[in-house]
Ligand binder design. Structure first.
Ligand SMILES: C[S@@+](CC[C@H](N)C(=O)[O-])C[C@H]1O[C@@H](n2cnc3c(N)ncnc32)[C@H](O)[C@@H]1O
Length: 295
């Protein structure tokens, strides 16, 4: 049976001078001599200190570990399955020689791993490279344990370290999309998939931990600019049942809710042993249209 042909990233750029990075045995190097070691876990750190706003940006080790446990328990598998279908549909559309798929803000790599599993038997002659990046080093260290088929990178969405116009598809799950950053690297006609919480997502948890005003605030969604043409919107709603306090704590820890929750709300969560929650997700697919005809 034909198995998908997966190759390492071929289009990475130096985060300092934007020149092409060439992979040597255990490091990447640009023609100006900037070198970036490949860590023993297999990832490369392309986040120079001048692109960092804090010493340890992004999710902490505790958040990453909580998310790994929660996702591995399968609560968000339906989200991964629907995303896989959308990505596979886009990948099957054209058969060019090589295609680059980029998970922007990949966390600990759960969604990309599910997509690669689903894509193993795509039957065409295309070479695929799967690149996943997060600004959090603990997230990427955990992610690199998931798969050797992915090129794992520490870096930022605002300055993604790719050569211009070399990425075919970007997806961003519960993340921090940078429309300007993505514009520099997407091919014309390339796609951006955003997976974001809908208005009812985890509403039962929000009712416990927030005041009314804070609940409304947490529902704001980002909007792409006019060079991104919305071509598809899908939704997914289902119920999950958390059956012990550790699962409830993990969910709280892996989301920004932990920082925004009231102390009364957090105390209430500490005493709960079960919680049924609504999962409400919106998937939006945009086509990147560099010379936009849309006002
Ligand atoms: C809510 S988590 C989602 C992680 C993953 N996509 C998932 O759904 O499991 C948001 C992630 O975005 C990362 N992040 C925050 N700012 C970022 C940036 N500027 N560039 C790349 N990743 C960023 C965080 O470190 C964190 O891992």
């Amino acid at each position: 049976m034909h198995v998908m042909n997966i190759i390492p990233a071929y289009n990475l750029a130096c985060p300092i001078d934007k020149l092409e990075l060439v992979k040597k045995e255990n490091y990447y190097q640009c023609t100006n001599g900037h070198c970036f070691d490949i860590a023993k876990q297999g990832y490369v750190n392309l986040l120079p200190v001048q692109h960092k706003k804090s010493k340890n940006p992004g999710d902490s080790k505790a958040m990453v570990q909580a998310r790994t446990r929660f996702l591995n328990a399968g609560f968000y598998l339906p989200i991964a399955e629907q995303l896989s279908k959308i990505v596979l549909h886009q990948l099957g559309n054209t058969a060019t020689e090589s295609r680059c798929v980029f998970d922007a803000g990949c966390g600990e790599g759960y969604y990309l791993q599910q997509i690669i599993n689903a894509a193993q038997y795509i039957d065409n002659n295309t070479q695929f490279s799967f690149v996943a990046m997060d600004i959090s080093k603990p997230a990427i260290i955990n992610a690199s344990k998931r798969s050797k088929q992915v090129s794992w990178i520490v870096g930022t969405n605002s300055q993604p370290p790719f050569m211009p116009e070399t990425v075919d598809l970007i997806f961003c799950v519960f993340g921090f999309p940078s429309y300007n950053g993505f514009k520099k690297i997407l091919k014309a006609g390339g796609e951006l998939i955003l997976v974001e919480p809908g208005a009812k997502h985890l509403q039962e948890l929000r009712e416990i931990i927030y005041t009314e005003a804070a609940q409304e605030k947490s529902e704001n969604k980002s909007d792409a600019n006019t060079e991104y043409l919305l071509i598809d919107t899908q939704t997914l709603t289902y119920e999950i049942n958390l059956n012990n306090n550790s699962q409830i704590q993990d969910l709280l820890t892996m989301t920004p809710h932990l920082f925004r929750a009231s102390s009364e709300g957090k105390a209430c969560i500490e005493n709960m042993d079960s919680l049924s929650l609504t999962t409400d997700i919106i998937f939006r697919v945009f086509k990147y249209n560099p010379v936009s005809n849309y006002p």
